[in-house]
Design a protein around this ligand. Structure first.
Ligand code: ADP
Ligand code: MG
Length: 333
């Protein structure tokens, strides 16, 4: 986004709601994505990330609210929407017996890309995702990372204005994740707006221009990773004492602590100044109150702390995904 004077909105979502029976999966969310940025939804499993994406890409019928992409209304003009976007899903199923080239070729035909152009685009994209050597390899012989890269290439075939990536690195090893991040950045550098979802703190932190933290169908806050971390002040200190309930009012008396909250990691203290300067006062008030310190931990705020601060809990990266059948494909793939 560097150098852009006028910030253009490419996605606009207003008062979006979505229910599955009694369950409010998306609970009245509003946000925008700016042209050229990498925007992430960061939230735990079941937060409503995929549901929101599926509405935007017209796989799920919009129930309530307004959503537009590049000026096209999701409800009124699904065909125009589909032309302007590319999609990479969580848990994509690729036909195991086709080759890398065939997968892309087939996709290009579905989208009626003329033959010559098709060949050119495929060559170019294989280069982007480093799969030139694998062009004639069948899918069943590719590693997980290669498959994900192929999906990214496929998502880019239509030269979309916006690329949607739903948990692009879930289940991949750390090295492959870093590579995928590089590809995502490269694609973004070439002008494609990226909207991704993730439950990985580091992924959101490293990739995003802006992050929307989403939990239980609601957007809790939206800002740049730096702003989010800076909003937590200078340092964060987690304290566990022999009685946290009694400790809290004691800690509240320390003036250089400007926010105290309960979290899974203990009492979270946000400090307005260097946390090491505040430590002695913490030890003093706890001792004077007749309590004991069980653990105390000082650190610079990370995205993890941001999440704990805004939601009161941690995202545990367990593979607890309840897999739901994907809504109808509308004959798209
Ligand atoms: N097709 C469906 N039928 C019923 N419930 C669903 C369906 N899809 C998602 N849900 C529920 O909606 C909530 C949000 O799910 P989802 O958008 O997939 O979350 P996320 O992608 O953030 O993990 C969850 O509680 C999930 O169980
Ligand atoms: Mg999901």
């Amino acid at each position: 986004m560097a150098g852009d004077n006028v910030i253009k909105k490419i996605i606009e979502v207003r008062d979006l709601k979505h229910n599955f029976g009694d369950l409010q999966a998306v609970d009245n969310i509003s946000f925008e994505v700016y042209d050229g940025e990498i925007f992430s939804f960061l939230g735990p499993n079941g937060a409503g990330k995929s549901t929101t994406i599926n509405i935007l890409i017209t796989l799920l019928k919009l129930q309530e609210g307004i959503a537009t992409i590049a000026g096209n209304n999701v409800q009124r003009d699904p065909a125009a929407i589909r032309k302007s976007i590319g999609i990479v899903f969580q848990n994509e199923v690729l036909d195991r017996d086709l080759t890398v080239w065939e997968i892309l070729e087939f996709h290009g035909r579905i989208y009626q890309i003329p033959k010559n152009e098709r060949k050119e685009i495929i060559e170019e994209l294989l280069n982007v995702v480093d799969l030139e050597q694998k062009r004639d390899t069948r899918i069943k012989y590719l590693s997980g990372g290669m498959k994900r890269r192929l999906e990214i290439a496929r998502g880019l075939m239509t030269r979309p204005k916006v690329l949607f990536l739903d948990e692009p690195t879930v289940g991949l090893d750390p090295q492959t994740r870093l590579k995928i991040w590089d590809y995502i950045r490269d694609i973004n550098d070439s002008g494609t707006t990226i909207f991704l979802t993730t439950h990985y703190m580091d992924e959101a932190d490293h990739l995003s221009d802006r992050i929307g933290i989403i939990d239980k169908g609601k957007i809790i806050t939206i800002d740049s990773p730096d702003q989010l971390k800076n909003s937590l002040g200078r340092d964060v200190i987690y304290v566990n004492t022999s009685d946290n309930e009694k400790a809290k009012p004691l800690l509240e008396k320390i003036t250089s602590i400007y926010d105290i909250s309960e979290s899974v990691k203990g009492i979270a203290l946000l400090t307005a100044m260097d946390g090491t300067m505040v430590m002695p006062s913490i030890l003093d008030v706890i001792k004077e109150g007749g309590l004991e310190i069980i653990s105390i931990n000082l650190k610079k705020p990370t995205m993890d702390d941001v999440f704990v601060h805004y939601t009161g809990k941690e995202i545990r990266n367990e593979p607890t995904d309840k897999v739901h059948p994907r809504p109808g494909h509308h004959g798209r793939r």
